[in-house]
Design a protein around this ligand. Structure first.
Ligand code: DCB
Length: 276
């Protein structure tokens, strides 16, 4: 996954996505388009970063997730109209390309933001908009509590085909108890996509938790759950794959000294060079 496009959007380009494909065995890119914190609500120009990455992914033959990165604005309903407009335009443009996936609300959060009251009604509106242009690309729907409560969504699923639910975790903060929620969702027949996880604590920092990461990845593999990892950046936080300040030009071609401990670990995982 990209980091917030408003900060590290320069990595959402063909060179980097191509390098990740060829050197890291990556099959997918996610472009995280924040709404708040200087994101889309501040300037719609950030959309060009998403478009660049989708064009690159089509050219390179990799999957791409278009992520409406609900975060600071915990309730996706608040920006329903903006979201409708965005996904209408994007699905008109790219709905005929089967490698494009729509992630319509990254991480709903807040005690008052519920599946029944907020997220599901929001998703039904957006599904309608996308399906008018695009009959079948995968739509991934966020779940309560920063996309951890997949069990709640699974009990009351959205009608329609090719709809999945978002599962997120940070290995240093979330473990067995969260996997139990996942098992419930799978038992209820929900299709899950782990569009964001980190080797760190839920802050995106606080150390790399290798043992806990392996437990999660084995679990995902056993249950056929695809994933994208947080995140491609050189900010210096532990979940960033680049060492602090490296690859300022965002060209890819990284050697070990360009990578952070998280980056070296992730590369091994994707290249299947790690002992399970
Ligand atoms: C998610 C967000 C993602 C966030 C990561 C790590 O948030 F989807 O945007 O990324 O997980 O926290 C972080 C960046 C930082 C940046 C910060 C704010 O890595 O550089 O400063 O976003 O934009 C989560 C996930 C889980 C939980 C809370 C958050 N949780 N959260 O379980 O409490 O509040 O951001």
């Amino acid at each position: 996954s990209s980091h917030g496009l408003q900060w590290y959007g320069k990595y959402a380009n063909e060179n980097v996505i191509g390098w990740l494909r060829d050197d890291w065995n990556s099959q997918i890119w996610r472009s995280a388009m924040y709404l708040t914190e200087g994101g889309y609500l501040n300037s719609k120009a950030i959309k060009t970063k998403v478009i660049d990455s989708v064009e690159a992914a089509i050219k390179l033959g990799v999957y791409v997730i278009v992520d409406w990165h609900v975060l600071g604005n915990g309730d996706p309903m608040v920006h329903l109209e903006q979201s409708k407009e965005f996904f209408d335009e994007m699905s008109k443009k790219y709905g005929s390309y089967p490698n494009v996936l729509w992630e319509i609300c990254n991480e709903p959060n807040g005690d008052k933001v519920t599946w029944e009251g907020n997220i599901k009604p929001y998703a039904e509106e957006i599904v309608k908009v996308i399906r008018a242009n695009d009959p079948d690309n995968i739509i991934i729907v966020g779940t309560p509590r920063w996309s951890q409560r997949v069990d709640l969504a699974s009990k009351n699923q959205i009608k329609g085909d090719n709809i999945m639910y978002t599962l997120h975790f940070y290995a240093g903060s979330h473990g067995k108890a969260n996997r139990k929620l996942v098992k419930t969702a799978l038992k209820n027949g929900a299709a899950l996509f782990c569009t964001e996880w980190g080797t760190t604590k839920e802050s995106g920092d606080g150390g790399v938790f290798e043992k806990e990461t392996k437990e999660w990845l084995n679990f995902l593999e056993r249950n056929n759950i695809s994933w994208t990892n947080w995140a491609v950046n050189n900010k210096g936080e532990d979940s960033g794959i680049l060492a602090f300040g490296k690859d300022k030009d965002a060209k890819g071609g990284w050697t070990d000294k360009d990578l952070s401990p998280d980056g070296k670990f992730l590369r091994k995982i994707l290249r299947n060079e790690l002992d399970k």
